[in-house]
Ligand binder design. Sequence first.
Ligand code: HEM
Length: 417
Amino acid sequence: MSRVGDIPHYPFSFRGDALASELARFVVEEPVTRVVTNAGARGWLVTGYAAAREALKDPRLSRSLIADPDMPQEDSSAPPLSVVGTMTMLRRAGLRDEAVKGMGPRQTHVSLERVRDIADTLLTTMKAKAKAKAKTDENENGNGNGNADESAEPGDLVADFALPWASHVTCELLGLPIEAAPELAGWFRLLSTGGMAEENLFADWTKALSRFDDWMTGIGTEGLLGRLALLNRSSCHPLSHQELVEIALFLFVSGLGNPAGFLALCGLVLAREPELAARLRREPRALPGALEELYRWSVMLGDSIARIAREDAEIGGVTVRAGELVLISIDAANRDPAVFDYPERLDIDRRPSTPHLRFGQGRHFCPAAALNRAQTEVALRALLDTVPGLRLAVAPDRIRWRQDHAVLLPEAIPVRW
Ligand code: HEM
């Protein structure tokens, strides 16, 4: 663990296959503890479940103040726009409810049949690509494996499935050009933090804003963004074109980052644990419960949910002073042994009486939670059906994780079937 003086530096790790040992220890020994951030600021890291839930709901802990550059920061190179700006702008124009509805389970922009179709197409393409490559190798070297169903060449659940799936589904949800989806899948770098962000973030966001400027100029009435642009024309406090562009890009990044990271992690688990995959094929009804447990158990965040105390507040028995930074680790809270027995075990039959915090809590609770549940279930069902025999093509400890990103994602998940 790196330290500044006596204080540990947060984040501790970018691995999504295990909770950092520091987090596992703090949850038990010091559920609210001092850390130093990437920006060199001091903050309180909240890891205990009870304290995290309390902090997420506490109105004295402000999310809007994190946008104030005079306040202590989690990262020195923050993106030029944030969730704070997005939700505030939408509220001011009277469009917040419409936006929330458009990310909800009853949105009408992208159906679950379409989500399944997108997943099936990507998986079939992955298989066809591997087959074509194997055939070329066989012709060149005469070393086929002799079994038409066995893949001699691996596919990659990150590049072939999770990233393009999240990009494509989000393009359709928002009404962005579908032809751009493959390219937009590569925009995960917009979620970089730390050293990586210092190098690229500003240039990447500037380039991305310029592409979104073009799309929002020509936006029709399709998708959530088309609907918002249409309603904006009759708003008493209409958003400017630039504001619409910023909201569009922020929503796209929200729809790409967490959904791709989570689907990749689920794919990794199914490829690593073929018995679990076999059970979910045999018992389709077990999938929603398994998914809920995966939301709890997953390690997804390379940063935290940040707040600034507006006034002195006691959180988990610690007094946080006005103006101090509070960093809430959902990953750690969901592994608190005081709430979840043997929290490190992925147990798809677990039915905890206490909910996990994966989608937050209180007034900023993720508006896309129910939609993401439904869409991810469909994508995993496609993976189970379309790729029977799915397994990892490398030893689990050979999976490399992207460093310095707010959402954790492996570099690649090589798989065979
Ligand atoms: C695995 C999928 C997802 C996870 C784990 C996730 C997680 C979260 C969390 C923890 C928050 C609360 C942030 C806070 O308290 O400061 C949040 C808020 C939000 N999320 Fe998600 N999210 C997911 C998918 C999505 C998708 C697909 C979209 C949109 C397309 C989205 C849009 C938003 C927005 C706009 C907010 C801000 C809500 C508000 O402040 O009122 N999320 N999300």
